[in-house]
Design a protein around this ligand. Structure first.
Ligand SMILES: *Cc1c(COP(=O)(O)O)cnc(C)c1O
Length: 447
């Protein structure tokens, strides 16, 4: 049973995420038979280097023996139990470790990233309501942000391609200009640009704090918005301003958490503690869907009361705190310690920078930027004016197809080609990716 067999059966019944299915008429989805380390293998034995960690979730490679063993053990013990009125060891151990690592106090589980964002938005609103401030009903979000696809999460995001169609259904946040350093003036530093951008946030908070529950941000890297990056100083200014104006800070670390930016959590680089931290994606090492919102004792206390007062947070998902998923997350955290991952990643990050350094001079590359284990290459039609290619040209798609032919899974975001590899990638594999990306860029920009 080869690739065409499975592709045909797939196309007869599946509807794929984030896909115009008609694209598959001439380019069917690739059926994957197995995964090992940083590599995926299809039904004809062709291998693909997973340069984007299967949508940013995989940290230690596919089929990791340590996570596999933990899951097999958990499978024979307890696969799942409801988390209301009951509890289990992996959920408790994981909550202990995550709160300790993040410097927060309470862990509320959900089962995917968007749901965690919904939980944080609802909790913040509900906190103010329980605290005698029912007039706080709005949120502040950054331009070009992404927080997921469910209606609440979509509403606080700002990627038009995903959001505009559904505008009539959505909450309306205040949107403030992102500190995105791609937009800085020539010669300006990241810190200088990010700090200067904060004026817009300060003004929005000053004008609207009375009706605003929380500011929600993706710390340091706006991933789905094209891997746009900013300096930690913005987060320090934001923490301070949220405190002064009596507004919560929600840190959506769903994509940037677990070592992606160089520290375990991106907020550490600004030495700040958010009121809510959303985690998912890498949380289980890319094995199982799980998410959580970490928060403070102060937030928790505002819900703690007699049942009749109706102040409880009556939110749940069926698979909340699933035991298998929590066990995979515990094994993943073990690996960070056993393998000294953050130190190892500093070496890998250097290899990423070195392997791609030459691309900055390409006439159609506006910028090569990097934060830790995320490296992005921005293609433009005109370098001097930074005029982008029209989205309809789908230049990134040409890179994607070339990379697949060469045995690499690079899935650009529009005109942005990026690497966000599993932490088990080898330096020679990084050089291979850079080579494939350079070829792809040459092909994609030749006319
Ligand atoms: C992926 C992502 C989400 C949504 O997570 P899902 O599990 O896909 O619902 C939310 N926020 C950020 C920053 C993300 O990258």
């Amino acid at each position: 049973m080869n690739n065409p067999h499975w592709s045909a059966r797939d196309l007869a019944v599946l509807w794929h995420p984030c896909t115009q299915m008609k694209d598959h008429e001439d380019f069917p989805p690739i059926p994957i038979r197995r995964g090992q380390g940083a590599w995926l293998e299809d039904f004809e034995g062709r291998r693909y280097l997973d340069a984007i960690s299967s949508w940013w979730v995989n940290l230690f490679g596919h089929g990791h023996p340590y996570i596999n063993a933990a899951l097999k053990d958990q499978l024979d013990t307890l696969e799942h139990v409801l988390l209301a009125g009951f509890s289990h060891e992996p959920a408790i151990l994981l909550a202990e470790r995550l709160t300790w690592l993040a410097g927060l106090d309470r862990c509320f589980y959900a089962d995917n990233g968007s749901s965690a964002v919904e939980v944080a938005l609802k909790m913040s609103f509900h906190y103010w309501r329980n605290s005698g401030k029912p007039g706080k009903t709005r949120f502040i979000a950054l331009s070009n942000s992404y927080h997921g696809e469910t209606l609440g999460a979509l509403a606080v995001g700002d990627v038009g391609l995903y959001k505009d169609t559904y505008a009539p259904l959505l909450l309306t946040p205040y949107t403030v200009q992102s500190p995105d350093c791609y937009l800085r003036e020539p010669g300006q530093s990241w810190a200088g640009h990010s700090a200067r951008s904060f004026a817009a946030m300060e003004a929005a908070l000053a004008a609207h704090a009375d009706e605003v529950c929380a500011v929600i941000v993706e710390p340091l890297v706006q991933c789905a918005g094209g891997m746009r990056m900013y300096d930690p100083i913005y987060l320090r200014l934001l923490r301070d301003a949220c405190d002064r104006h009596g507004v919560h800070l929600i840190a959506d670390e769903i994509a940037v958490g677990f070592g992606r930016t160089g520290t375990l959590f991106a907020c550490e680089q600004a030495a700040i503690r958010p009121d809510f931290m959303c985690l998912s994606k890498g949380l289980t090492g890319g094995y199982l869907p799980l998410s959580c919102v970490l928060t403070t004792d102060a937030v928790y206390a505002a819900f703690y009361d007699e049942y009749e007062k109706l102040r409880a947070f009556l939110h749940s998902h069926s698979y909340t705190g699933n035991a298998l998923a929590c066990r995979a997350a515990l094994a993943t955290l073990d690996l960070f310690e056993r393998e000294n991952t953050l130190a190892h990643n500093r070496i890998l990050a250097r290899h990423l920078a070195e392997a791609t350094a030459g691309l900055a001079d390409h006439p159609q590359v506006a910028e090569v930027r990097q934060t830790g284990m995320i490296l992005a290459i921005e293609l433009v039609r005109d370098k001097a004016s930074r005029t982008p290619y029209a989205w309809q040209e789908r230049r990134g798609l040409r890179v994607y197809r070339h990379a697949l032919e060469r045995g690499a899974l690079l899935r650009p975001l529009g005109n942005v080609i990026y690497f966000m590899p599993p932490y088990v990638i080898a330096p020679e594999e990084i050089r291979f990716l850079a080579e494939v990306a350079a070829e792809g860029i040459a092909i994609a920009t030749q006319d």
